[in-house]
Design a protein around this ligand. Structure first.
Ligand code: LLP
Length: 382
């Protein structure tokens, strides 16, 4: 809920803007930290979900590590206070230059997605006379039951190494002098709401553990990636960290000395962010009314790209409920935030809140149509 006092303060603000509620962020982080301390699991925040520098500084102050997918993310994380020795680097297409910089920075681990990539890392590390840690991102062939664009662990996915390639990988890695295989890594998708999916992942990990054991390989790090979903229907609900951590604890069989690592992104920042916009026009369509707002798909692309649901609230009206298509100003029909939803009677100038927009909102904003990037307002600034 955005309280009345805050709504009053929004009145003088130019829209659209991301409003970050720092109380929500801190409460989320406190609960995540508690679970991580209770379980002894190491959390690397997935920077891609929200790389706003102030948000990153707050997250790093809780002592988390970072999960990055580009050198620019690694740089942003380090300058926000994350320790390079707690940074993991993932991605199917790390460039030579990015690998070179990451080796130089002394990051914790490269999560590797192909044999060729491991060879390149080995070569670049040898040029620097270094020995670097790698983990194999393994494709466990588990359907995450989420949107197909954010499903990453099925047969057709470009991500990870297939289990049938593992023999060859071990063979090749055993002759490499500048990489040290120390873990397995997984990430099967994002916005996963069925806990049974994570349970299947745990079962698969146990099977792989046995496979590695028969090859006399003990891997210290088991990185289960990210993916924990949030409740977009109920933006005031906090993520289910406790349930998630308990499930991992119950279903993964760890050997002595092994560590669990996680890479949550959305669940850390999703609920603290709201996109605030103003209604520009109300216009009659053939069987709906359009509420045309000043935020568009350039500010929040998730509804256009994944048909994602974000709860929309009119912060200014408590009139009778009417039906609206809430749309943005961009020249694309996909620039639609919601179709045929009920809102209190809505007028030009009303403030509109698009909730649960802290993850993959600001981070995915673009300047299409040469629109300005969205502004950012923190709860302690107004
Ligand atoms: N680790 C890896 C290797 C990843 O690829 C991702 C997300 C994460 C961790 C964090 O996952 P999370 O906990 O946030 O689910 N733009 C999409 C989401 C793309 C997720 C990409 N990878 C969206 O707006 O739904």
């Amino acid at each position: 809920m955005i309280d009345k006092n805050t709504v009053k303060k929004f009145q003088d603000q130019p829209t659209p803007f991301y409003y970050y509620d720092l109380d929500i962020l801190n409460t989320t982080l406190t609960s995540l930290k508690k679970e991580s301390e209770n379980s002894g699991y190491k959390v690397h925040y997935a920077v891609k979900a929200n790389a706003n520098s102030r948000i990153l500084r707050i997250i790093s102050s809780y002592g988390l590590g970072a999960d990055c997918v580009s050198w620019n993310e690694i740089e942003a994380a380090i300058s926000a206070g994350f320790d390079p020795s707690e940074v993991v680097f993932a991605g199917v297409g790390k460039t030579d230059k990015e690998i070179d910089s990451a080796v130089r920075a002394g990051i914790f681990c490269f999560n590797c997605e192909s044999i060729q990539e491991i060879e390149v890392i080995n070569h670049i590390a040898s040029l620097q006379n270094k020995n670097v840690r790698i983990a194999l991102r393994i494709n466990p062939l588990i359907d995450a039951h989420t949107h197909k664009y954010i499903t990453t662990g099925i047969e057709e996915s470009k991500f990870g190494i297939h289990t049938w390639e593992l023999d060859e990988v071990l063979n090749r890695v055993s002759s490499m002098k500048n990489v040290q295989l120390c873990g397995m890594h997984f990430h099967i998708g994002s916005q996963i709401t069925r806990m049974s999916v994570f349970q299947s992942l745990c079962t698969h990990i146990n099977e792989l553990q046995k496979w590695f054991a028969t090859h006399n390989i003990g891997l210290k790090i088991i990185n289960v990636g990210g993916g924990l979903g949030i409740d977009y229907e109920n933006p005031d609900k906090f993520p289910k960290f406790k349930e998630y951590f308990s499930l991992i604890n119950e279903f993964i069989d760890l050997s002595p000395g092994q560590e669990i690592h996680l890479e949550p992104g959305r669940s850390v920042v999703g609920q603290c962010g709201t996109l605030i916009s103003r209604v520009l026009y109300i216009k009659n369509g053939s069987n709906t009314q359009f509420a045309i707002i000043d935020a568009g798909m350039t500010d929040l692309i998730r509804p256009a790209l994944y048909q994602a649901y974000h709860k929309i609230e009119n912060l200014a009206s408590d009139g009778n409920l009417c039906r609206y298509d809430v749309v943005g100003p961009v020249c694309e029909s996909s620039d639609t935030f919601a179709k045929f939803i009920e809102l209190p009677e809505t007028r030009r100038g009303d403030l509109i809140a698009i909730r649960s927009a802290g993850a993959y909102g600001e981070a995915m904003a673009s300047r299409y149509n040469l629109r300005d990037l969205p502004r950012v307002v923190f709860s302690d600034e107004i």
